[in-house]
Design a binder for this molecule. Structure first.
Ligand code: SF4
Length: 214
């Protein structure tokens, strides 16, 4: 199967499985989205959604967050992994938004990645989810299933995975593919116990035989 046929098979299957896949973080504006995505590193969206209502109620704007005591931010997000570092980045990021961008989240990737705690993946999610700009964020799920399904080479790093996926997947599908691949990795092709026996992509998967114990 050539790569075009493989991409078509995978994207069509994802569309059948998860036609309504979307970001599962809760947010009501670009600032909340940026903060929620930043907080989601090393933890689940479910856990982030548990802490953000209180956090945003107490500090709804970058101005409010930049003036919040660091201990108070830590207390609000203490159930998340790396919460001390995230609290510090949150305060710095909020100050950067106020001082450099008039309190408004920029849409450009170059500006987003200059904010504290914001890497390429976070910038891509904010661009695509917040602004509808085609971007293809590679998180742990996208990275894993792209290798298992032969879209990128096994052992590829995140940067080359993003570059290769962008070459192979039509630009018009980037945003949808990102969400659908996350759903597939989160609910079906899990890291430790993928559901190979019921997998609609079993016949084209490169790693299914590793999970014959199921
Ligand atoms: S066959 Fe198993 S490892 Fe391969 S994509 Fe399906 S669930 Fe994942």
């Amino acid at each position: 199967m050539n790569i075009q046929a493989r991409v078509a098979r995978i994207t069509e299957t994802f569309e059948q499985l998860y036609p309504d896949a979307e970001c599962e973080l809760h947010f009501t504006n670009h600032y909340q989205l940026l903060v929620a995505v930043m907080l989601s590193a090393q933890t689940t969206d479910v856990n982030v959604n548990k802490v953000t209502p209180d956090l945003f109620a107490a500090y709804p704007t970058p101005e409010a967050m930049m003036h919040a005591p660091i201990a108070a931010i830590e207390e609000k997000i203490q159930t998340l992994g790396l919460f001390r570092m995230k609290a510090k980045n949150l305060q710095i990021l909020s100050r950067q938004l106020v001082e450099l961008h008039d309190g408004i989240v920029p849409s450009e990737a170059q500006k987003l990645v200059q904010l504290a705690g914001v890497g390429q993946k976070t910038a891509n999610v904010v661009q695509s989810v917040g602004f509808g700009i085609p971007a293809l964020a590679v998180d742990t799920h996208v990275h894993r299933i792209s290798q298992r399904l032969g879209l990128v080479r096994k052992g590829s790093d995140v940067v080359s995975t993003e570059r290769n996926l962008k070459r192979k997947i039509p630009r018009s599908l980037w945003i949808k593919f990102h969400h659908q691949a996350i759903f597939f990795g989160r609910y079906h092709c899990k890291a430790k116990k993928p559901a190979c026996q019921t997998c609609p992509l079993f016949d084209i998967c490169l790693e299914q035989q590793r999970f014959d114990y199921l």
